[in-house]
Design a protein around this ligand. Structure first.
Ligand SMILES: *Cc1c(COP(=O)(O)O)cnc(C)c1O
Length: 357
């Protein structure tokens, strides 16, 4: 039985390649694979088999942590936002999770709990991103309180870089980090993908790359392939209709594209209902039968239109790559004013996903 031709392919071999590159950059630092948001939209259970060389996992969601613990009894699993209640704290103990602690309320939860499992706590320091984390001048006191608690076995100092991918870099935050920890001899966990690829591990025991695992670029001005990364997800579909149009004819809702020559238009099974953003403008690149062409007109829920005028074989049944192999997700994303991360994580549930090894 034939079905609607859209599908995503998750290439685990590409992921293994990216992981060995990441491991070589990390040197002696251990690597948490950041697999939040269902493995950046790839499906945690799909990518898990490719993660055997990884030292630990970092997630936001408790159900993802539980899934990982079921698969792996031993490797560390870090909750990147920590826990939100006493109930979650005892669940975290049952699952032997590592905890980020980023506010005073989470320290209070650890203080009043009576759990026999002593946690490895990652004390998150706000070194300038001003998102989550303890203020630099309160870190020492928090550290001392944490170390005194029976529910805490050890503490690693953590921070997150805000501008690792841009000119300001990481030094300014590292200075704050050092000020916060003072003379403490404490392991550190700092780098995301951008920091790791630009600066290498920064005197830390653990690094936390996410996007690089999936073969997209952490930097807007550097391509994934120039970093040596291979795309893990390819979103492809097919042409399900063809229209020949003349000069002055328009395409799609709102008629936002007008032909200025005779054109062959291909209708692709794929739209914002599948996770291909409606904000993609005319001229966004696609590959049809191996030939690079572009979108025309507005993306609708189930279809989008592409220019087949210069694709001689273009017809119903032609294959269309929307992003992935041969067409970096970052490049596609840039057209819609977003980043690869967002396209990967917004693939919708109706798109069938297949794995290749
Ligand atoms: C998502 C996340 C990462 C991974 O960032 P990438 O840019 O995908 O490498 C690392 N640390 C924290 C705290 C995160 O939330």
């Amino acid at each position: 039985m034939n079905s609607r031709p859209i599908q995503a392919i998750v290439n685990r071999d590409a992921m293994r390649h990216n992981i060995s590159l990441i491991k070589s950059l990390a040197g002696s630092a251990k690597v948490f694979a950041v697999v939040k948001a269902d493995g950046y939209g790839h499906g945690l259970s799909r990518i898990f088999p490719a993660l055997s060389q990884i030292d630990g996992f970092a997630v936001i969601e408790m159900d993802a942590a539980a899934f990982l613990r079921e698969q792996d009894a031993r490797r560390p699993i870090l909750l990147l936002e920590g826990v939100f209640s006493s109930e979650e704290l005892s669940l975290a103990a049952d699952l032997q999770l590592d905890l980020v602690v980023h506010n005073i309320e989470q320290i209070a939860l650890l203080e009043k709990c009576e759990l026999s499992y002593p946690f490895h706590v990652f004390l998150k320091i706000n070194t300038g991103m001003n998102r989550l984390g303890i203020k630099v001048d309160e870190v020492m006191q928090c550290y001392q309180v944490l170390c005194s608690l029976p529910a805490v076995e050890r503490v690693t100092a953590m921070t997150h870089y805000a501008e690792a991918d841009s000119p300001r870099g990481v030094d300014w935050q590292n200075a704050q980090f050092l000020e916060a920890i003072g003379s403490l001899v404490v392991p550190a966990c700092k780098s995301n993908s951008a920091a790791l690829f630009r600066f290498g591990p920064n005197e830390e025991s653990w690094v936390r790359p996410g996007i690089a695992l999936y073969g997209a670029s952490p930097m807007t001005d550097v391509s994934a392939s120039s970093l040596g990364l291979k795309p893990v997800m390819t979103l492809k579909s097919g042409i399900i209709g063809v229209q020949e149009i003349g000069i002055g004819e328009r395409v799609g809702y709102g008629g936002t594209f007008t032909a200025n020559q005779h054109m062959k238009i291909g209708i692709v099974a794929g739209g914002y209902g599948d996770g291909y953003p409606r904000s993609m403008p005319n001229g966004t690149p696609v590959i049809v039968d191996g030939i690079r062409t572009c979108t025309v007109g507005r993306v609708s829920m189930d279809t989008l239109a592409v220019d087949l005028t210069d694709v001689p074989t273009g017809n119903v049944g032609s294959t269309v790559v929307l992003w992935g192999e041969g067409l970096p997700v970052d490049e596609v994303a840039q057209n819609a004013g977003t980043i690869g991360y967002e396209l990967l994580t917004r693939l919708t549930a109706r798109v069938p996903v297949f794995c290749s090894d």
